[in-house]
Design a protein around this ligand. Structure first.
Ligand code: AMP
Length: 537
């Protein structure tokens, strides 16, 4: 027997309709290239999104068409999110930091019909345009006065809106329809498209806003420093609208400590989210200028492991609680969240041991860790395993890709290696491809790197497995020393001694001037393995 409840589709437009009705005057503040400080509200964003949907209809955009965005975080990008998904088309956010070949591949694979772009990306698009097979034109997110000179077929965003009224009803879409598309840039092969649905995004939004996760409410003022082309800015443009929190959008200067500080103080930001690099820039600025943060209460740090030093400096110098989070594009992206760790009789040091972990899965994310034979490993905080997940906002298939993204039991392999403890706190110890397999056991390359970079003369370090006749693999540590430092192999190994298990000690240390990085700033272990493939201990 089925329940007798209404079939009410969980759609992206339902979030905007709600915000317009309940929080029409709550502010959305943006920095953009043409408007240094722009102020609007959810009510105005809702009206302009309807105008934009009408304009897109006139341009011939129909159901399921892909419409791309190449843009920083601001109110116009928020409007594009809601208008494109809301009208039944698919909002494809593109990362402008990718290499030209990857961008061409992504636009063509997605078959984007139109591209919303910031003025700043026009030169980039001019270089690519000849190779973009499906794109009909470019909607430049600015007003007539700031339209660039270009050979591209461009339309002006503000002029499109001026030509429309807001008399438009959002269609009642089936919640399982696709709403948005985001490609992941792995370190190997072509990028793969993650195709979110209205339903997955709405459930993710409700999960993210929960008290034990982002804990958002109408008293909050939220600054997503994470870009809107990276997994929907962790869903923030949806979750702030759903709870009526003020939204502050930083525009293009995502890693400028001074601008972030100024925005936080003048807009009274209470909560900010970003990757570790942006927080390093902010903390550096605060140190140099001797300033502090008077309104910020908490930050969420994810995308890469958050160094403990960042957490402590925020906490001890500025009274800001850092929440460590883990996720991935395929998970919408939230996978785990480290909520405020209660004292519960724990010493301060014990609390810190928990705080640095990547956190616990929220409702909607099931986890397990498995060994090479897919056998579940115990949740004892010690056993490592490949981390697998399942849930309603996790990818089942990549866009236009033959193979399932799930294994035969319906679990998604995250490609991360983790431990889980008895209280469900998860710690990422490695990527599956990077873990060093020595004598049937696993050595965490990340742990080796973390210990090595704590040496004052080490700027960066990477550990890789080198084939070994007896142990299968043994670790090689590759170190970039600080400029001018005179560092030897023995210095590094003596520093690491006692901080890791004896059998984890790198077999050797080599020094290089720099490490190869991907477009998103991750160390390219594959390139390093290739570079050192003939290395012998
Ligand atoms: P992306 O899909 O580009 O967001 O990349 C997802 C990957 O980033 C994950 O599979 C992890 O390897 C890594 N990652 C994200 N958050 C964290 C974190 N807090 N600690 C360690 N690795 C992380």
């Amino acid at each position: 027997m089925n329940g007798l409840m209404m079939d009410w589709n969980l759609t992206i437009s339902s979030i905007l309709r709600y915000a317009e009705q309940v929080y029409p005057r709550v502010e959305v503040v943006s920095v953009t290239a043409d408007l240094p400080r722009h102020r609007t509200s959810y009510g105005e964003i809702a009206r302009r999104s309807r105008k934009l949907a009408k304009a897109l209809q006139k341009l011939g955009v129909v159901d399921n068409d892909r419409v791309a965005t190449l843009a920083w975080n601001d109110h116009r990008h928020v409007e594009a999110y809601y208008a494109v998904s809301g009208m039944g088309a698919i909002c494809h956010t593109v990362n402008p930091r990718l290499f030209a070949d990857q961008l061409i591949y992504i636009f063509n694979h997605a078959e984007d019909q139109w591209v919303f772009t910031d003025v700043a990306f026009i030169p980039l698009l001019e270089q690519l345009a000849d190779k973009l097979e499906s794109v009909k034109g470019y909607i430049v997110m600015t007003d007539q006065a700031h339209m660039p000179e270009t050979s591209l077929n461009t339309l002006c965003y503000e002029s499109l809106l001026e030509a429309e009224d807001d008399d438009y009803d959002w269609p009642d879409l089936d919640e399982n329809r696709a709403s948005s598309l985001c490609y992941t840039s792995g370190t190997t092969g072509n990028p793969k498209g993650v195709l979110y649905s209205h339903r997955s995004n709405v459930i993710h939004t409700m999960t993210a806003a929960q008290p034990n996760v982002f804990g958002l409410g109408s008293g909050d003022c939220v600054l997503p420093v994470v870009p809107m082309f990276h997994a929907n800015a962790w869903g923030v443009p949806y979750s702030t609208a759903m709870v009526g929190a003020k939204l502050v959008m930083p525009g293009p200067k995502l890693a400028d400590g001074e601008i972030l500080h100024e925005l936080m103080e003048t807009e009274k930001v209470t909560m900010a989210l970003g990757v570790p690099t942006v927080w390093l820039a902010l903390l550096q600025y605060l140190r140099d200028s001797n300033k502090t943060l008077t309104t910020l209460k908490r930050t969420v740090v994810g995308g890469a492991a958050c160094p403990e030093a960042i957490m402590r400096e925020f906490d001890e110098k500025h009274g800001v609680y850092v929440h460590h989070a883990w996720g991935m594009t395929e998970m919408s992206p939230l996978g785990s969240y480290n909520d405020e760790v209660p004292a519960d009789g724990r010493s301060e040091e014990e609390r810190w041991q928990l705080r640095v972990k990547q956190g616990r899965p929220p409702y909607g994310v099931e986890m397990k860790i498995v060994d090479d034979d897919n056998q579940p490993q115990p949740w004892d905080g010690k056993a490592f395993g490949a981390l697998k997940v399942r849930g309603p906002f996790i990818t089942s298939h990549y866009f236009r890709y033959d193979e399932d993204a799930m294994d035969q039991d319906g679990w998604f392999d995250t490609g991360d290696v983790a431990t889980l403890d008895e209280n469900a706190y998860m710690t990422i110890t490695d990527r599956t491809k990077d873990v060093i397999k020595s004598g049937g056991e696993w050595i965490s390359s990340i742990d080796l790197e973390n210990v090595a970079v704590a040496h004052p003369d080490v700027a960066e370090a990477a550990a890789i497995g080198i084939a070994h006749p007896k142990w299968t693999e043994r670790p090689l540590l590759i170190v970039v020393p600080n400029p001018g430092a005179e560092l030897t192999r023995d210095d590094v190994l003596a520093f690491m001694d006692g901080k890791i298990a004896k059998w984890w000690m790198p077999e050797d240390v080599v020094f290089v001037d720099e490490l190869p990085h991907t477009a998103t700033g991750k160390v390219q272990k594959l390139a390093l393995r290739e570079q050192f493939k003939d290395y012998q201990f």
